[in-house]
Each structure stands twice: as C-alpha cells, then as structure tokens.
Design a protein around this ligand. Structure first.
Ligand SMILES: CC(C)(COP(=O)(O)OP(=O)(O)OC[C@H]1O[C@@H](n2cnc3c(N)ncnc32)[C@H](O)[C@@H]1OP(=O)(O)O)[C@@H](O)C(=O)NCCC(=O)NCCS
Length: 196
C-alpha cells in the first residue's frame, strides 16, 4: 500500500504529536515520548488522557494504545503493541519496564526465517519489522486497570490483565492475570500478598 504523507512523516520520526494519529489531553506532557508507528493504516493509534506524563518509548504496529487520566510512565519504559494495550486512570509505571502484547516473531524456526530475509534492508530504510507476517505471530491484548503501580524493570507479557489497585514488585515478569489489589512479584510473578 502506498503510504500517505502523514504516515511517512511518522516513519521518518518527524512526528507531529497533535496529528490525526494521536489524541492527547491538553494538560498531559509527552515531551520525552519516543513514538514509532510501523503501519500504513489511516487511524488514531494513541489516545492519552489528561494530566499524564508519558516519557516512554512506544513502538506500534496496526494497534491501539489507550492511556487514561493521571498516568505516569517513567523513562526507559517501552510499550510495544500490534494489538491493544489499555491503561486505566491513576496508574504509575516505573522506569525500565516493558509492556509487550506480542511475541515479535514466530516460535517456529521456518517462519522466523521470513523475518530475517529482509531485515537488514528494512533496518537501513528505518522500517524494520514493517513487512513482518503478523498472522503467524501470537499477540493478545493487555489491560492495566485503574490505580495499578508497576515497579521498576518489570515485564508485562501478552494477554495479561492487571486488576485495579494491584502492585507489581520490581523486576517481575507477569505472565498471568493479576487479581485486584494483589501484590505480585517474581519470575513468573506470583501473589505475595494483598493490599488496599
Ligand atoms: C512491591 C513492593 C513495594 C512491596 O514492598 P513491601 O510491602 O515493603 O514488601 P516486603 O519488602 O515486606 O516484601 C513482602 C514479600 O515480597 C517479597 N518481595 C519483595 N519484593 C519483591 C520482588 N521485587 N520480587 C519478588 N519478591 C519480592 C519479599 O521477599 C517478601 O517475601 P516473604 O513474605 O516471603 O518474606 C516492593 O517489593 C518493591 O517492588 N519496591 C520497588 C518500588 C519501585 O519500583 N520503585 C520505583 C519508583 S516508582
């Protein structure tokens, strides 16, 4: 598909953050947002509410990321979506976290060879991964509900729902749903206790 001018600008990283691809509440700060959209669909990809500070790197395929109000995402955190990541209100996500709703590549070696075939050329054009065949790559939406706190260097994997008010201890790898107000930690993360 031929790319529109707007999408080409995004691929060139000359992003106009108030573009038709992004909704942002006027009171939110995204000065240190690093946004990479690897898709040629004409749509809104990123919806940020009011009073947020979003200092993340956000890598997006043809997906939707919805961020509520009063959300803080600290430097060094990466969101990587080809499906959907939904973040509620009053959420804190510390530094060095990764929230990824997909496997990036197939677990089947013959299918991964297709990704490698054009990788160097794509990289040189700044479009690495844009031609990946996502039909053979697992992905599932991630939901992070209101009042969640995610500790530094944590990893949130595809398909996980983190319940309201839950706390993810630093350095956790979360592969399963987290109940409301649970404190989860470890790799894979397990319930440590409950809070309020
Ligand atoms: C989640 C956290 C806040 C809980 O603190 P706490 O309530 O004081 O918990 P405790 O230190 O009493 O630990 C409770 C249990 O969880 C375990 N635990 C604590 N942190 C853990 C971690 N990161 N991974 C795995 N287990 C952990 C403890 O070993 C203890 O286990 P035990 O009951 O078997 O002895 C804290 O562990 C944490 O991760 N802090 C980092 C916060 C952060 O990311 N700050 C950056 C700025 S946003």
């Amino acid at each position: 598909m031929e790319k529109s001018k707007g999408i080409s600008q995004i691929l060139d990283k000359k992003v106009n953050y108030q573009s038709k691809y992004i909704n942002k509440g006027d009171s939110s700060n995204i000065d240190n947002l690093n946004l990479n959209i690897r898709s040629s669909e004409e749509k809104i990809y990123l919806d940020i509410g009011e009073e947020c500070v979003i200092n993340a790197t956000i890598n997006m395929g043809n997906c939707n990321i919805k961020i509520g109000d009063r959300v803080l995402i600290n430097n060094g955190t990466t969101l990587y979506s080809v499906n959907e990541i939904s973040i509620g209100n009053d959420v804190m996500i510390s530094w060095g976290c990764t929230i990824i709703d997909n496997n990036s590549h197939s677990i089947v070696s013959s299918e991964r060879l297709k990704d490698l075939k054009n990788a160097r050329k794509e990289y040189e054009k700044g479009i690495l991964g844009e031609n990946s065949d996502w039909s053979c790559i697992e992905n599932k939406p991630i939901v992070i509900k209101d009042k969640v706190w995610i500790g530094f260097n944590s990893i949130i994997m595809k398909g996980v729902t983190i319940g309201e008010g839950a706390v993810i201890a630093a350095g956790s790898v979360v592969t399963k749903d987290v109940p409301n107000y649970a404190v989860m930690g470890g790799n894979p993360a397990k319930i440590l206790k409950y809070t309020t």
